[in-house]
Design a protein around this ligand. Structure first.
Ligand code: ATP
Ligand code: MG
Ligand code: MG
Ligand code: MG
Length: 481
């Protein structure tokens, strides 16, 4: 179908040109002015209807939400806030929309309301902006790794490895199509023996990714990840996307450098390529904060926050140093924590992470050398330990507003140390023979991390709930479509 996109027309100076535009009506004023959006840009195109030569029947059907086609001429606009408009000779209704029933009114809806209308929220400017930024970030991630010579390795979504211990998993079962067998109560009999063993949806592609890195040198995964997080937080989803680079011949230092470089690269890419979207979200966010009159509102605007992140080195401190800071935090600040950290060995909650980032250092923080007890079995055991307890070469990157955004480590490449740790916590070595073979044959230092894609999108868009940055959010009691 021949048509002109709104994005192109708004930049055009070819006045007098005959154009065809199609889009959805945002508003229709004075029986004359359509604000038309076709999704190609956040801005609307003004279409001026020749109402004297348009039938009343059509005028009635130009309602918010309706899809229309307009044919006319591109002219310079005299109106404020726009440079061009289309003077339409004919308007055709492609799809009607009953204004009474259409859930999206021409006003700003709350994000809570829009989450309930998740199937229609794509049509709002806010979600157009969010998903355009999401797209740009995904593209930038591939661009970054491609420029550095990494291989994009697809790790499986259905896996048998369940030793990672990253969270609750979703089991994979099969079901006969048509008329599946049922038990006496009428419940469907699901089967789990398709693969001859029990399988689950992946919670992380890391272990498989290590196989790739220990052969191809530098790989990354970027795919859907599943965790049956049975909690309702603003930073957990049951289905999310994770980026997991893995690099051979690398240590923790290299790993931190890679993660910091990547985050800065993709944030800069979004700032450079999504200026309109980020500007819009920035304004929407400021409005929201004004409405809520949040006491604790961040002093920086979204754009300032993003630039600040680019211009400063991330603070790198050890877990042990972080605990000292949290212990010293003034009593009135401590009160805001649900529980106090006064013991070395405790895992940090998001409130502790955000305190370190937002109140103490006021910039992104990389925390390293965590107690082995609270980290996964594959992390490299440190030779020098704090407090006489075993620590590991782990790193978590903490961002304002969200807390942990990256979790990574140098991996334990020494077979005996790795096996001893697996024995200690009861991970079956025979099931992970394939993993241990990387250590048996040509082991070498290597490191990697996992970046939660949606947490990155939360940061760059300034949205506050992770459910608002993924097109089809999955969380407890929510998988409607
Ligand atoms: P958290 O402590 O926030 O639960 P985690 O330590 O369990 O995260 P990791 O196993 O380290 O998470 O996973 C790597 C990254 O994946 C995290 O740093 C985070 O950015 C992201 N992530 C983890 N779980 C989720 C989830 N349920 N929804 C969205 N992103 C997630
Ligand atoms: Mg978790
Ligand atoms: Mg964590
Ligand atoms: Mg983690």
């Amino acid at each position: 179908i021949k048509r002109n996109k709104v994005r192109d027309l708004l930049k055009s100076t070819e006045f007098g040109k005959e154009v065809i535009v199609m889009g959805w009506v945002k508003t229709f004023r004075n029986n004359q002015f359509i604000a038309l959006n076709d999704g190609s840009t956040l801005s609307n195109l003004q279409v001026v209807v020749d109402f004297e030569n348009t039938s009343g029947d059509i005028l009635k059907k130009i309602t918010t939400g309706a899809a229309v086609k307009a044919i006319g001429t591109l002219v310079e606009s005299v109106g404020k806030g726009q440079t061009v408009e289309v003077k339409a000779n004919t308007v055709e209704i492609l799809g009607e929309s009953d204004a009474e029933k259409y859930p999206l009114q021409p006003k700003k809806h709350s994000l809570e309301f829009l989450r309930e209308k998740a199937h229609l929220r794509f049509r709002t400017t806010t979600f157009n902006a969010v998903f355009k930024v999401r797209h740009a970030l995904a593209f930038a991630i591939h661009k970054f790794f491609n420029e550095r010579g990494f291989t994009y390795l697809h790790t499986p979504i259905i896996t048998a490895s369940d030793a990672e211990g990253a969270g609750e998993m979703f089991r994979v079962t099969t079901l006969e199509l048509g008329n599946p067998p049922r038990d006496e109560q009428g419940n469907i009999n699901f089967k789990e023996d398709f693969f001859g063993r029990s399988t689950n949806l992946t919670v992380s592609g890391q272990l498989e990714g290590e196989l790739g890195a220990m052969a191809l040198g530098e790989i990354y995964t970027f795919g859907p990840t599943f965790r049956a997080e049975n909690s309702n937080t603003t930073r957990h989803l049951a289905e999310f996307w994770m980026i997991e680079p893995e690099v051979a011949f690398a240590d923790l230092e290299d790993n931190m450098d890679l993660a910091e470089d990547m985050l800065k690269y993709v944030i800069k890419y979004a700032l450079d390529n999504c200026a309109e979207e980020i500007e819009f979200l920035n304004t929407r966010l400021l409005d929201e904060e004004k409405n809520k009159a949040q006491k604790d509102r961040s002093e920086l605007s979204l754009i300032e926050k993003l630039n600040f992140c680019l211009d400063n080195d991330f603070e790198r401190i050890t877990y042990t140093e972080a605990i000292e800071i949290l212990k010293r935090s003034k009593p009135n600040q401590k009160k805001q924590f649900n529980y106090l950290i006064d013991e070395w060995g405790a895992d940090l909650q998001s409130e502790h992470e955000r305190y370190l980032v937002e109140k103490h250092f006021k910039k992104p923080v990389i925390l390293t050398n965590y107690p082995a007890e609270i980290k996964s079995f594959y992390m490299r055991q440190d030779d020098n330990c704090a407090e006489g307890k075993q620590t590991v070469s782990a790193m978590d990157i903490l961002f304002p507003g969200i807390g942990e955004i990256v979790g990574g480590s140098q991996r334990e490449e020494r077979l005996e140390r790795l096996e001893a740790r697996m024995d200690e916590i009861g991970i079956p070595k025979d099931e992970l023979y394939w993993y241990l073979d990387t250590r048996r044959f040509g082991t070498a230092p290597h490191a990697g991390f996992g970046l939660g894609f949606e947490r990155l999108v939360v940061f760059v868009t300034g949205m506050t709930n992770i459910r608002d940055v993924i097109p089809f959010p999955r969380y407890p009691k929510n998988a409607e479509f």
